[in-house]
Each structure stands twice: as structure tokens, then as C-alpha cells.
Design a protein around this ligand. Structure first.
Ligand SMILES: [Fe+2]
Ligand SMILES: [Fe+2]
Length: 198
């Protein structure tokens, strides 16, 4: 393995370790809760579960925080962990409590705050707002009012796409291969060359 590749593998391992440490330090009670166990049993975004989606949102949010740290931009990691882990827990039992997907989309952030209170006790204003505003710009959700709320809201959209891609890939293997092929063509500038030559 080339030195550059080795360094990148080492960096990825370190980042994963840091994520696990932050999730464990600030989210242990949420991760060990019955609600989180239930989350891994409820389907979400067609192919995924609320639990898988939640972990994607948390890890993507943390990755953004670490990238910002390199730019000397500080973020509130405990608030990001709490907000991202709880943002969709209010969707649990969706079939029995919401009459329509519109109602679910509007109400579940508020229900998620209630679950977060139950699991974590007192929440800061920032933590509450991360949860209540995560759906923006969907429906009538208010826009994020802190850097941390913007991070979790963006991570939520990125994770939703991943939920579909990962799930679709499981159902119809090949999509990931197609994406890999497009990426490698871009790397070698094949697409660009083809356009220029034509
Ligand atoms: Fe949500
Ligand atoms: Fe979500």
C-alpha cells in the first residue's frame, strides 16, 4: 500500500474512533434506550430504519463538525450529538399516531423533543431548536437558528439520500458499481475529455 493510502486509512480510523468516543460520551443514555432499540425496528425512507438513518445523521453531523474544526470554526459537539440522535425519535409508532404523512412531517420534530426530554432530562434551547428545526426547508419548518442546527439539518438530507441509495443497492445490486464507475471516470477526466473532443 502506498504511503498516501496508508495515511488516509489511518486518518479514517482515527476519525471513526473520535466519532465513537463523542457518541459514547454525549449520547450514551440515548443510544442505550428502548426508544433507540425500537428505532432499529421501524422502517424509514422506504429501505432503511429510523435507527440506521439516525446513526447516519449523527456521523455525518460529526464529520462536518470535525471538518469545520480544521478551519478553526468551533461547534457545540454535545448539542450536535443530542440533537442528531433524537431528531427523529418522535416518529416512532408513526402508523398509530399520525393520520397523514403531512401531519407526521409537521408534528414529529415536536414529539422528538418530548422523547429527548424523557431520555436526557433538561435540554438547552439550542438542543431543542436543533430538533424542532431539522426538517427545514420541508413544509413550514422554521430555518436553523444556529450553526449546529444547520449542520444537523444538512446532515439529515444527506443521510436521507444515503438511506435510499444503500437500500436500493441491497434490493438491486449494481447501483453502487455504477456510481463507482462514474466517479472513476471523473477522476481520470474521461467525461471531460469526451465532452471536449466531441
Ligand atoms: Fe425528521
Ligand atoms: Fe431525519
Amino acid at each position: 500500500m502506498r504511503e498516501k493510502q496508508k495515511r488516509s486509512v489511518r486518518r479514517r480510523k482515527l476519525r471513526r474512533g473520535q466519532m465513537q468516543a463523542d457518541l459514547s460520551r454525549y449520547g450514551r443514555r440515548i443510544l442505550d434506550s428502548d426508544e433507540m432499540r425500537q428505532a432499529f425496528r421501524q422502517t424509514h425512507h422506504t429501505f432503511s430504519t429510523v435507527g440506521e438513518h439516525t446513526m447516519r445523521v449523527a456521523m455525518t453531523s460529526l464529520a462536518i463538525c470535525y471538518a469545520l474544526k480544521k478551519l478553526r470554526i468551533k461547534t457545540d459537539i454535545p448539542a450536535v450529538v443530542t440533537g442528531s440522535l433524537c431528531h427523529d425519535l418522535g416518529i416512532l409508532g408513526r402508523g398509530g399516531k399520525f393520520h397523514s404523512s403531512k401531519e407526521c412531517s409537521r408534528q414529529h420534530p415536536m414529539d422528538s423533543v418530548e422523547v429527548a426530554h424523557k431520555l436526557r432530562g433538561e435540554l438547552s434551547e439550542k438542543e431543542e431548536a436543533i430538533i424542532t428545526r431539522h426538517m427545514w426547508p420541508v413544509g413550514k419548518a422554521k430555518p436553523p437558528n444556529s450553526l449546529e442546527a444547520a449542520i444537523v439539518s444538512a446532515a439529515d438530507k444527506i443521510a436521507a439520500v444515503e438511506d435510499f441509495v444503500e437500500g436500493y443497492e441491497k434490493k438491486q445490486p449494481g447501483l453502487r458499481g455504477v456510481i463507482r464507475e462514474i466517479k472513476s471516470q471523473r477522476k481520470e477526466n474521461v467525461i471531460w475529455k469526451t465532452k471536449k473532443e466531441s
